[in-house]
Design a protein around this ligand. Structure first.
Ligand code: SF4
Length: 384
């Protein structure tokens, strides 16, 4: 297995827009979590035919991603214990830095001590949940950091030896917040992160945000604002040397997320932890989502897998198309019908896509319409 994801479900509070599978805890049950993940790993090696601990498929691990939830809430010694055990089981590349090891972190968890301990444990990439540099906005989101903590965290990480730092920002917030997106982009660029991930606010059911909207306390995100801020980000980031290599992700040269790129190119990956997904190129399976259910199953020696879905050839084809068009690699023309399907020709004419090196690649305007465009290509009777 070349790509491994570890889901750490704990958060200290729930952000106003978040519907992820998390466990809100004041005290993080780190020993129980480490024990459960290691049990899952042992079970995989002993129950999954064709897999043996120490040689998971005979491939060399290339990326390891600790996502959540908030992985930075785990004490550094628990992170170190996990990484040591995982790297004992999975054969890692010989050079430490050839293995990309990402930790998602909240800015308030970054201290000189934690940053140095993460580095010693083998983490070499940190993805910081910055979201905004406006304290009013951060409070509205129920984030637990303030704006000054973001810059402090970046400087502390650099001092500890991290040069691969990513910042997450959220755009398309409700109008009444009067969020200054241009200012947030300027402040983010001024910190010179290697990578930026930009996500438009979406309203998920059963979140505080959905409740605020349903009772009229806040306005729903608006498409015009979404498009305006998305395109503005492309222009602003390009002027600071960033390149969008995926619909929501931009980086400086040499700093693409190798782990996420593996997802987007349809490669196999293994997920451990509650709610983690795995994909073997044919079937997708996912773990029990609730932390306590996951922990109890493993404590009883049972599998953590909740369900599995085998993708049909048609589903795989659609997924390949969608994933390819999300990235700047685009879709090889050879994989599309010849001559160019009328739908694709129409995108090019409208400048929603371009032909580059015999590939169909979305422009920023095309990425804004990605779902509709994929529908257009797979259902030629329909026009966008
Ligand atoms: S920190 Fe992340 S995972 Fe946790 S509640 Fe906020 S958005 Fe959700």
């Amino acid at each position: 297995m070349k790509h491994l994801y570890l889901h750490v479900p704990f958060c200290q509070r729930r952000c106003s827009y978040c519907d992820f599978s998390i466990a809100v805890r004041k005290h993080i049950p780190a020993p129980e979590y480490v024990d459960a993940v290691l049990r899952e790993l042992t079970l995989l090696g002993t129950t999954d035919p064709g897999r043996e601990p120490g040689d998971l498929g005979g491939e060399t691990l290339e990326t390891l991603y600790l996502g959540g939830g908030t992985p930075s809430l785990l004490p550094p010694d628990a992170i170190s214990a996990l990484l040591t055990s995982l790297l004992d089981v999975f054969r890692a590349t010989s050079s430490r830095d050839a293995l990309e090891v990402t930790l998602e972190a909240n800015p308030e968890d970054v201290t000189p001590e934690s940053a140095q301990a993460w580095r010693r444990a083998g983490i070499n990439r940190v993805s910081l949940g910055a979201q905004s540099f406006d304290n009013r906005v951060l409070q509205w989101m129920h984030r637990s950091h303030d704006a000054t903590r973001i810059g402090d965290a970046v400087r502390t990480l650099r001092a500890a030896g991290f040069d691969n730092i990513s910042l997450d920002l959220i755009f398309a917030l409700p109008t009444e917040l009067e969020r200054d997106w241009a200012r947030d982009l300027d402040l983010a660029c001024a910190l010179l992160p290697a990578h930026l991930s930009l996500y438009g606010l979406t309203v998920e059911e059963r979140t505080p945000l959905a409740r605020w909207i349903s009772r009229g306390a806040t306005s729903a995100p608006n498409d015009e604002r979404y498009a305006d801020e998305y395109l503005r980000a492309h222009t602003r980031l390009a002027s600071s040397g960033y390149h969008f290599y995926e619909v929501s992700n931009a980086c400086r040269d040499g700093f693409r997320s190798r782990h996420n790129s593996a997802y987007w190119s349809g490669r196999a990956y293994l997920g451990l932890g509650p709610a983690a997904h795995s994909f073997d190129g044919r079937a997708r399976r996912w773990n029990l989502a609730a932390w306590e259910t996951y922990r109890r199953a493993l404590a009883a020696g049972l599998s953590a897998v909740d369900a599995e879905e085998v993708l049909s050839e048609e589903q795989r084809e659609l997924e390949r198309l969608y994933l390819a068009l999300r990235t700047d690699a685009g879709m090889p023309l050879a994989a599309l019908c010849r001559p160019l399907p009328p739908a694709a020709a129409r995108w090019v004419e409208r400048r929603w896509a371009e032909i580059r090196d015999q590939r169909l690649v979305c422009t920023p305007e095309g990425w804004l319409r990605l779902d509709a465009l994929v529908g257009d290509l797979t259902n030629p009777g329909r026009a966008v």
